[in-house]
Design a protein around this ligand. Structure first.
Ligand code: IP8
Length: 259
């Protein structure tokens, strides 16, 4: 059975401007659509940190590694705690819709080196998929061999798994319709429907809110997956029906191609 890896963007399921806000309505329609998709595909879900993970990780400067243990270790605990809370809220909705989801807690299966995934114990995920369950992971703080601690983005996890497990599709669910020529809030920005990675260059690296690099990091990861022959799409997961549509290559999205 073909595999779909779906990254559910944190900004789609929480409001960036309101700490610890949860968009239950969005998670509910994602759950509904997943019940259809699961009939035909194996699914791995990975969600981001949104207003649960990013503000805390930022307050304790966790992305720089462990340089002030007294303060930052508390930040490590707090980030872990709030990511678990967000995960539980999501899982609760999915279980209501009878989806056989099971969380694999990130920092217990992943360690990092210089901020990148170093060890990843994926065997439970493989086994769960063979049982037709839906493993759920999320971006989180982990132990880093060099920096002490690091934040591993859900984008890294989903790309890693899509490549390792030879997924058919890697989907990035966003709160906008896909990748734009410029900041989507600018009037003259345009949606890029087909993004040819052989002629595309990323201009930018950082966003204010995101401690893991935001859309620029997502595009970098998406390019990596595309080079491994995976079909990669960016789409608006906050809009009902779009998830089902993108699986069938219908509607509005950005698709990556290799020229
Ligand atoms: O939102 C980051 O995951 P992402 C998670 O997928 C934390 O980049 C802890 C900020």
């Amino acid at each position: 059975m073909n595999l779909i890896v779906l990254k559910i963007g944190g900004s789609a399921i929480s409001n960036k401007n309101i700490p610890f806000s949860f968009r239950k309505d969005v998670v509910e329609h994602i759950a509904k659509e997943l019940t259809e998709i699961h009939k035909e595909y194996n699914i791995i879900l990975v969600h981001g940190g949104g207003s649960y993970g990013h503000p805390i990780a930022k307050a304790y400067d966790l992305s720089k590694g462990l340089y002030a243990p007294k303060k930052q270790l508390l930040g490590f605990s707090r980030t872990r705690y709030y990511m678990s809370k967000l995960n539980l809220l999501i899982i609760e909705e999915f279980i209501k819709y009878n989806l056989p989801v099971i969380t694999i807690q990130t920092s217990s299966v992943i360690t990092a080196k210089q901020g990148k995934i170093y060890n990843f114990y994926i065997e439970p995920i493989i086994k769960l998929l063979s049982l037709r369950m839906i493993p759920v992971m999320y971006g989180d703080v982990v132990i880093d061999e060099k920096k002490g601690i690091a934040i591993i983005s859900g984008d890294d996890i989903s790309t890693y798994l899509a490549i390792k497990l030879k997924a058919d599709k890697l989907l990035f669910g966003l709160d906008v319709d896909g990748i734009y020529s410029k900041d989507p809030s600018l009037e003259d920005s345009e949606l890029i429907e087909i993004l040819d990675i052989s002629s595309f260059t990323i201009k930018g690296t950082m966003t204010k809110y995101d401690v893991t690099g935001g859309i620029f990091h997502k595009i970098e990861k998406a390019i990596e997956a595309t080079k491994h022959g995976i079909n990669v799409y960016f789409f608006n997961i906050t809009k009902q029906g779009r998830l089902l549509d993108v699986i069938n290559e219908k509607g509005t999205f950005t698709k990556l191609i290799t020229g």
